[in-house]
Each structure stands twice: as structure tokens, then as C-alpha cells.
Design a binder for this molecule. Structure first.
Ligand code: UDP
Length: 242
């Protein structure tokens, strides 16, 4: 059943086929990259931690009415997922200014966004460096039809409201994050990929400490501890984190 053939190897995950053509195995790796792959490294135990964090968050989102590709956890670093035809778009949702948004619109990092959540669309094209797309570009490229764009945008906002509240109850500010969506065999839109400190910015509410991949990107140290801390928070009951 498990891990037949390697279908795709990305920067942080490997996807394998299984006996069921509609079910894949997603295996999380310890390797990390940043700045379009120019910076490479290893974050010890990242595969295990991102598998557990993503499983917890996908389960939470399913219960809140967000269809996801998650089926079940099958190993320390692996989960079974539904096969999706992925949209060639990355959806970034932002509550607070950080990263590329600061460079784009001149805000200082940490500035709350008046129009939060801001939802952005990026073209998944390595050759072009994953550029930001405006509405007209999306229409021109036809990478997501208007109906699916409305649904993915609605789901992106729902994911934000569910995760923002979940993390706030565990002492973490959800600054921004990246989502990827696709269509399952029935044509329904589902959330795919992962939700982890690789793809989100998390700041500790009490101390402001960054608990995500920015520690790796900016050589801040304590990278493994930050991922472990997020795993501890997502595994905890609301209001119990000290
Ligand atoms: N992000 C991601 N993959 C990407 C680009 C961004 O997971 O290829 C996430 C990133 O971790 C952050 C959010 O999306 O949580 C917004 O990233 P931003 O556009 O600020 O880019 P960055 O500063 O990370 O280059």
C-alpha cells in the first residue's frame, strides 16, 4: 500500500504513489531552502515536526468546514493524502506586515494591516521566480477559473480565521502564511500541501520571538527549538501554554 513510486520530490517533501490511484503518500524532509533555493540547509527533526503540525492543523480545519487532502498519519514523517490536481497558484494570507510585503508597500515589519486579511496570488513558476499576480493576470493566464478563484479565496479567509483564533488561544500570533489548493476526483476544491513553520510566520505573543522559518532564513539560531515549540503549542489545550 505505502510508498510505491516517487512521483515528485520538492524542497521539503517527497510524494509517492500508493496502490490506490487516488491516494498518495506525502513524506516530510529535514532539508530546508530559502531565497528561491539559493540558501540550503537542514533543520534536524523538521520532517517529523512538520508532519505532526500539518496533521493537527488539517484535522482542525476539516472540522471547521475546510476540505483538505489529509487522510491519515502513517509514520513519523509521512501522511496519506488525497490526490489533487493542483492550481498553479500559491495563496498568501496576511494579517501583519512582514517579509516581501514590507519591501513591496514600504510598511515596517509588525505593522497590523488595516484591511486584514490581505490575500495575494503568486504564479507557481520557478523559471519566473513565482511572481505576484493581479486579478487580470489570473484571468489572462487562466490558471484558476473565476468560480474556483472565489472558492479558494473564501477558503483562504476561513483558514485564516480558524487558525488565527486557534493560535491566539495558544499564545501565538499568526502573521502570514501560504496555502495551495487543488481539485479532487469529484471536482471539489480542497486544501493541499502543508501548514507548518516552513509556510507560516508565527510570533510568540508574550515575547515577540519568531517561531518559524525566518529563524533559518535570517540565521537567527534556535531553529529546531522554534519548530518544537510550535508543535508543543498546537498539541496543547487552549489557554494552557505558559
Ligand atoms: N511562503 C511560503 N513559500 C513561498 C513563499 C512564501 O511558504 O514560496 C510563506 C512564508 O513563509 C510566509 C508567507 O508565505 O509565511 C509570506 O511570505 P512572503 O511573501 O513575505 O515571502 P518571504 O519574505 O518569505 O520571501
Amino acid at each position: 500500500m505505502i510508498g510505491r513510486e516517487k512521483l515528485h520530490e520538492g524542497k521539503a517533501k517527497i510524494v509517492y504513489s500508493t496502490d490506490d490511484p487516488e491516494v498518495y503518500l506525502q513524506d516530510f524532509k529535514d532539508s530546508a531552502t530559502a531565497f528561491d533555493g539559493k540558501k540550503k540547509g537542514t533543520i534536524q527533526q523538521k520532517g517529523r515536526m512538520n508532519n505532526a503540525i500539518s496533521a493537527r492543523l488539517f484535522t482542525l480545519l476539516e472540522k471547521a468546514g475546510v476540505p483538505t487532502h489529509y487522510l491519515q498519519t502513517v509514520s513519523e514523517t509521512g501522511m496519506l493524502i488525497r490526490r489533487l490536481d493542483m492550481f498553479q497558484v500559491e495563496f498568501v494570507v496576511r494579517n501583519i506586515a512582514a517579509g516581501s510585503l514590507c519591501k513591496r508597500i514600504g510598511y515596517l515589519e509588525g505593522t497590523p494591516l488595516k484591511k486584514a486579511p490581505v490575500v495575494e496570488y503568486y504564479y507557481k513558476d520557478d523559471g519566473l521566480g513565482d511572481p505576484l499576480l493581479c486579478q487580470s493576470h489570473l484571468e489572462e493566464l487562466a490558471v484558476v477559473d473565476p468560480e474556483d478563484l472565489a472558492e479558494t479565496t473564501r477558503l483562504s479567509r476561513l483558514v485564516n480565521s480558524v487558525l488565527k483564533e486557534f493560535f491566539a488561544a495558544r499564545g501565538v500570533t499568526l502573521v502570514d502564511f501560504k496555502l495551495e489548493f487543488g481539485k479532487d476526483a469529484t471536482g471539489a476544491v480542497r486544501l493541499g500541501d502543508e501548514i507548518s513553520p516552513d509556510t507560516c510566520r508565527f510570533w510568540d505573543i508574550a515575547t515577540g520571538k519568531k517561531l518559524d522559518k525566518d529563524r533559518f532564513r535570517r540565521d537567527m539560531g534556535d531553529v529546531e527549538d522554534a519548530y518544537e515549540e510550535i508543535l508543543r503549542r498546537v498539541s496543547s489545550e487552549p489557554g494552557t501554554v505558559v
